[in-house]
Design a protein around this ligand. Structure first.
Ligand code: NG6
Ligand code: CA
Length: 506
């Protein structure tokens, strides 16, 4: 009897001890970084959307920090993710543009990355969702054996990903180096140059498609799950994903990672595919927004965030878990499929008050929603501090009292106080990247360097901000970048150009 009581006493104490650890050790909060794909500055009700309701993200926004001046480095996925992971401006390195699905890994394996930083201080690190930073050492690779290097070689203990984008082959999941549901009798091959295998393509048999690809976008190669993809694949019939299942698959894997690691500090990078094309949400969300599949995908995304929040609550770790939410670039409507994004928009403005969109050097290209939520430490507020996703490396290094060697994450700035809502002071300057040009922001001013690119991306109907003339905008007076005042401020243009040159030559 005594023995049993003693045992009970001990276990209760242990229970309290571990609870106290996870709840009180606020130097080591869990971090769930939810990174979504192509969500615009005006897509959430907390950022002013009225035609769509995103209640779970509103909850995060109302009880955390809602940033109004937060940026990805770039207006497309791969470069923004490269910068977030490495703390280096992507335009410093060639080959950091939108990657095909067979690309080799572009992140060096011998450098500090955001996840490796967390590893160094004892966190368990996990990645679930979109990767799009390449796999293996070469383009030619065997998808039927161990695929490395990849996320597990640059800082993640665990990874469950798709390699590139939802609209690119191979349309399969990769879990810790191996394709999921691999069948050695039906080997996978991928080709981005020419058709392989006997599967019909979207171009050849559009009647097989459940969603038509848009003319001239080229999303009409191998058909997987009734959707034409970019690139060709053969084999791997069992392994091919069903788009409608993807959100639940990722959510399940994310929850498993959290459940497994609940007693220790963990860093989960949860990279959702919504609302990137192809927008093919779970059937229960189809038609829910009345705004076409893009709107439905946003509702699904919001629901997913709510699922993670309630899991954290049930596990008793919500208070000491930091949730960071942001998007890799701005919004686009028709990005390759006729999915109702344009025709059923219903007055919604994914770009909000901003000009441009995905691919653009105008603000809607890379100014994105960003929320940071950490009940134990962060007071609800709105912050207009100029911050960038590239700054997480240096900011978390400071948070963990680690000094970064000068060779590492050299464009990342320590913005810890701004990110935790202790200061409204952000960056002095930030360089932002569109498809053809870069811009520099300093205080209220934004200068876009002249370039010869097209002024509009006609395929997606987005203004790119390309002009052979210098452009200067006052973002405080003219957030919509309507009035180019470069000719009225020649000195300032010269000064910003010099600063930009200095950063480029660093
Ligand atoms: C573009 C694709 C677009 C999308 C994008 C990548 C065409 C015409 N368009 O090249 O559909 O896949 O790449 O998006 O091919 S991102 O968010 O991953 O950068
Ligand atoms: Ca994207």
């Amino acid at each position: 009897m005594m023995g049993f009581r003693y045992y009970l006493f001990l276990s209760i104490n242990l229970l309290f001890a571990s609870k106290t650890y996870s709840q009180k050790n606020t130097n080591r909060p869990n971090v769930v970084f939810i990174y979504v794909d192509d969500l615009g500055y005006g897509d959430l009700s907390s950022y002013g959307a009225t035609k769509i309701k995103t209640p779970n993200l509103d909850k995060l926004a109302n009880s955390g920090i809602r940033f109004t001046n937060a940026h990805a480095t770039s207006a497309t996925c791969t470069p923004s993710r490269y910068a977030l992971m490495t703390g280096q401006y992507p335009w410093r390195k060639s080959g950091t543009g939108i990657l095909p699905g067979d690309a080799a890994l572009i992140i060096p394996t011998d450098k500090i990355t955001l996840p490796s930083l967390f590893q160094q201080v004892g966190y368990k690190t996990g990645l679930v969702g979109k990767w799009h930073l390449g796999l293996g050492n070469t383009v030619q690779k065997n998808w039927n054996q161990k695929i490395a290097p990849g996320p597990n070689e640059v800082g993640f203990h665990y990874s469950f990903i798709f390699p590139a984008t939802a609209d690119r082959v191979p349309s399969v999941f990769v879990e810790n180096h191996y394709v999921v549901a691999l069948d050695t009798t039906d080997p996978i091959e991928v080709n981005y140059e020419h058709k392989i295998g006997n599967d019909p393509t979207g171009l050849e048999q559009s009647e097989l498609l459940k969603i038509q690809s848009s003319p001239n976008h080229g999303h009409n190669n191998t058909i997987v799950n009734g959707i034409g993809r970019i690139g060709y694949m053969r084999g791997g019939k069992l392994a091919r994903w069903t788009d409608e299942e993807m959100p639940l698959t990722f959510l399940t894997k994310a929850k498993e990672f959290i459940e497994t690691n609940k007693a220790n500090p963990f860093f989960l990078f949860y990279a959702l595919t919504e609302p990137h094309v192809p927008r093919m949400p779970s059937t229960m969300f189809k038609g829910k927004s009345g705004m076409g599949l893009r709107g439905d995908a946003i509702l699904q995304l919001d629901w997913t965030v709510g699922e993670i929040m309630s899991q954290l609550k049930h596990l008793g770790i919500a208070n000491n878990t930091m949730i960071i939410f942001s998007s890799d670039n701005g919004p686009v409507l028709d990005d390759g499929y006729q999915d109702g994004a344009v025709t059923q928009l219903n007055g919604h403005k994914p770009w909000g008050v901003l000009r441009g969109g995905k691919y653009s050097t105008y603000e809607a290209g890379a100014r994105v929603p960003m929320l940071i939520h950490w009940p134990a430490k962060i007071k609800p507020q709105v912050s207009d501090a100029l911050v960038c996703q590239i700054d997480f490396v240096a900011s978390f290094a400071n948070f963990f009292n680690k000094k970064l060697p000068a060779s590492e994450a050299s464009d990342s700035e320590d913005m810890l106080n701004a990110l935790l809502g202790k200061s409204l002071e952000g960056r002095k300057v930030l360089v932002k990247q569109g498809m053809n040009s870069v811009a520099i922001v300093q205080g209220e001013w934004k200068y876009i360097e002249p370039n010869a690119g097209p002024s509009i991306n006609k395929l997606v109907n987005i203004e790119l901000a390309n002009s052979t003339l210098p452009q200067l905008y006052n973002l405080k007076l003219d957030i919509g970048e309507k009035n180019n005042v470069a000719s009225q401020h020649l000195e300032l243009v010269k000064e910003l150009l010099e600063i930009l040159r200095g950063i480029k030559n660093k």
